[in-house]
Design a protein around this ligand. Structure first.
Ligand SMILES: [Zn+2]
Length: 238
């Protein structure tokens, strides 16, 4: 019996792994952006509630860590950061089904993944506590699914929500902006949003606005090994 049990366990493990990291879906199978989702916070933005933080894409922060933290995401910040005090209620951006609670997707200490129509998934990272949700549970747009936390775990160093929009296979990462109906032009006036992108001075306008950022493919080549980066790379450009 032992070999059969082992084989069964192996199959189970591989199917679990497949659920997390299935082959990339073709782009044609993934819903195009049409403002079909909402913001992950309720109420008006502001210094006491929530503000946009680091943008999605070719940010200076991601550039500096392009070969380490973001090396498997083509060197870009594959999500959108919202600064918010710890404990701020986080809401599902759309109707969907809970796919994972504290799955293997980083963004510690706690994260939630929700599957949506159109083969899209949203990930809510750096949550304060393990969310009281069950995989398979249906959630509605705007439903509270957790509390925002701090990537450093202190609630004073970097309290923020990291929101990602992925394809359901978790291989592709998209700029959430065109998928989320919001007044981005006004929101971008606050915080550091929209002012923190790494330049390639050879192509100085490339990827410099919040809505012109590239999608990312897990494990793809680095997108920002720039010939003439600005700000300069620590220790040289290569
Ligand atoms: Zn982030």
């Amino acid at each position: 019996m032992r070999p059969i049990l082992t084989a069964t366990a192996g199959l189970l493990l591989s199917s679990l792994a497949a659920a997390h990291y299935a082959p990339a879906l073709p782009l044609s199978a993934i819903a195009q952006p049409s403002g079909q989702f909402g913001l992950p916070f309720a109420g008006a933005p502001g210094p006491d509630s929530w503000l946009l933080g680091q943008g999605y894409g070719n940010t200076t922060g991601a550039y500096r860590q392009r070969r380490s933290t973001y090396g498997n995401l083509q060197g870009i910040h594959a999500g959108l950061d919202f600064s918010a005090p710890c404990g701020t209620p986080v809401r599902s951006i759309g109707d969907g089904v809970v796919a994972e609670v504290d799955g293997p997707h980083g963004s510690l200490p706690h994260n939630v993944v929700i599957d949506h129509a159109g083969n899209l998934s949203s990930l809510y990272g750096h949550l304060l506590q393990r969310a009281s949700l069950r995989p398979g549970q249906k959630v509605m747009r705007g439903q509270v699914i957790g509390q925002s936390g701090d990537s450093q775990g202190t609630c004073i160093s970097a309290p923020h929500l990291h929101l990602e929009l992925r394809d359901k296979s978790h291989q592709r990462f998209f700029n959430p902006l065109p998928y989320i109906a919001a007044d981005w032009n006004t929101l971008a006036l606050g915080g550091s949003f929209g002012r923190g992108y790494e330049y390639d001075l050879s192509v100085p306008r490339k990827w410099q606005t919040p809505d012109s950022q590239p999608p990312a493919l897990r494990g793809g080549r680095l997108l920002n090994e720039f010939a003439n980066p600005w700000p300069p790379a620590p220790g040289g450009s290569r």
